[in-house]
Design a binder for this molecule. Structure first.
Ligand code: ADP
Length: 524
């Protein structure tokens, strides 16, 4: 059956109304392929005005590669009236004025008007709906392909947190062994999902978009995993929330490397601090050694002058006593030379013991001896060098036998007594008391005393108080005996008033270990 339109009653007004209000594009084409008429819908569809369309070659409304085929088809329709146009239409593409191509559904019908044969072309929007479905299908396929191949871990959930789609990476990252997880609840699959994450899912399902750069959770087997995630809702066509999409990246390996690096850095920093301290210490020591050397040079250049000039002058004088009967005079000067040399040796000894003490090279060697006898010997020795008006009042009480390092004790007594003699002109008291292994030695003089503001420094190396400047000395003695006393586990203290005198009190212990041992023994 031919599909020619015959209006039962050719009412032009009705036709015009249908023509202009139809929800389909209608184009009337003459045998030459020119457009005779086009309705408003067609104008809108193709983007041309009515004036532009009249006389326009209809094939120009098709993409170029369809035109020749269309011309042939049109010719057949006009030449062979029996050719059916009742094809149910075809899905085609149309070219708009702005050169965009749109999918259309076309139906062609022959039409007789004023004895002229025409074609009525109906361009239908229904094609567009079909296209939407096709697009939808394409979109869905792309999403599936994307999910399959994306290097990210992505999962799409419905409102009950059941899996709709999941990327391969997600399956790998979360070590999912279920063959098909579509429709499976996330919480069934991971009963160890932390509560706060369930909370985040709820918030996402309520419309919030959330993300976290670094998050951790503990697996049921106790392993700690780190993830970086983003969660957002997805919407249905009707605008309702259909579920959530979660993008995540398991960053446990990266975190472990970071953690290792952090630990390494910490260790490195500790090492640097340790080495810097060692270096600073070494520098300090080098500086101190340097300081000490310059202090020694300063002291030596001052202190060596007197004995050296004494040696020089006595040697020169002794040289002149050539006669036999001048032996006594010669001896006097030889003695002076000897004592000056001894003094020099003493200074050098002091300096050497100081170095050895500081380097920890000196060890205490304790032995049992009679302290009372020892002290008497020292007092006798020193009475030889007492000044006029000076006398040593020696008082001893308690046990006579002690266990001590004799050499060290001699050094201590030597320093304290020679200072008392040197810095005073009056009698000196020496009190020794031994009680239950504790030895207290007190040396009191009535001399120049130590200025109050300088008392804090007197155990420092090379320190000399201002009121002692004109009296010979090296400033080493007290420092050395303080080191010795520390070595023996004892203590030294003093009390002094300028112009009145000084009392030094030394406490030592007659045992192998000093004060600590005494305390331990008391508890036995
Ligand atoms: P030196 O006596 O050789 O200078 P010391 O180390 O023995 O060195 O003493 C340090 C300083 O302490 C002395 O220079 C002096 O100023 C002060 N001093 C020590 N003993 C006494 C004392 N008995 N009376 C006054 N001052 C003293």
């Amino acid at each position: 059956m031919t599909n020619t339109i015959h209006f039962a009653s050719p009412d032009e007004t009705d036709f015009a109304q249908i023509f202009s209000s139809a929800g389909v594009g209608i184009i009337l084409v003459n045998e030459a392929g020119q457009i005779e008429q086009a309705n408003p819908y067609a104008e809108k569809l193709f983007g041309y005005s009515a004036e532009e369309l009249i006389g326009f070659p209809v094939e120009k409304l098709l993409p170029a590669h369809f035109r020749s085929k269309s011309i042939r088809y049109r010719e057949i329709l006009f030449r062979r009236p029996e050719a059916s146009t009742n094809t149910g239409g075809i899905y085609h593409q149309a070219l708009r004025k702005d050169e965009t191509i749109i999918p259309v559904h076309i139906t062609v019908t022959r039409y007789k008007h004023n004895d002229s044969e025409m074609l009525a072309v109906f361009v239908n929007r229904i094609i567009s709906q079909f296209h939407d479905q096709e697009q939808l299908l394409m979109k869905e396929q792309s999403i599936r392909l994307f999910m399959e191949h994306t290097p990210s871990a992505v999962a799409i959930f419905d409102k009950q947190m059941r899996y709709i789609l999941v990327s391969r990476r997600w399956i790998e990252d979360y070590q999912i062994h279920t063959a098909d997880i579509t429709g499976v609840s996330h919480y069934e699959l991971f009963p160890d999902v932390p509560l706060r994450w369930r909370e985040f899912h709820k918030r996402g399902l309520a419309g919030e978009t959330l993300h976290c750069e670094e998050d951790s959770f503990e697996r049921l087997d106790g392993r700690k995993e780190w993830v970086n995630w983003e969660l957002c809702p997805w919407f249905t066509y009707s605008g309702d929330i259909g579920g959530v999409i979660i993008f995540s990246e398991v960053i446990t390996a990266r975190k472990q490397v970071e953690e290792e690096l952090r630990k390494l850095n910490e260790q490195l920093e500790e090492k640097i601090v340790e080495r810097t301290l060692l270096l600073a210490d070494a520098l300090d020591r080098a500086y101190e050694t340097n300081e000490m050397k310059s202090a020694f040079v300063a002291m030596a250049s001052h202190e060596f002058r007197t004995p050296l000039s004494a040696i020089l002058s006595s040697a020169a004088i002794a040289e002149r006593y050539t006669e036999v009967d001048q032996q006594e005079k010669r001896e006097k000067h030889f003695l002076r030379i000897k004592s000056s040399v001894m003094h020099l040796v003493d200074i050098l000894d002091d300096f050497l013991s100081l170095e050895r003490l500081e380097q920890g090279k000196i060890r205490a060697e304790k032995l049992v001896f009679d302290l009372e006898e020892f002290m008497q010997g020292i007092v006798d020795e020193f009475s030889e060098i007492l000044k006029k008006n000076q006398v040593i009042h020696h008082k001893y009480s308690g046990d006579a036998e002690v266990l001590l390092d004799k050499k060290i004790l001699r050094n201590i007594m030597h320093n304290l007594l020679s200072n008392a003699i040197k810095y005073s002109d009056a009698p000196i008291d020496l009190k020794v008391d031994v009680k239950r292994q504790q030895i207290r030695i007190q040396v009191r003089d009535r001399g120049i005393g130590i200025p109050a503001e300088e008392q804090n420094n007197i155990f420092n190396k090379f320190f000399r108080a201002r009121n002692a400047a004109y009296i010979q000395g090296t400033g080493l003695g007290l420092n050395i005996i303080k080191n010795y006393i520390d070595l023996l586990g004892g203590a030294i203290e003093f009390s002094s008033h300028e112009g009145e005198g000084t009392v030094f009190t030394v406490t030592l212990y007659s045992n192998h270990g000093g004060r600590q041992l005494l305390i331990d023994e008391a508890f036995e």
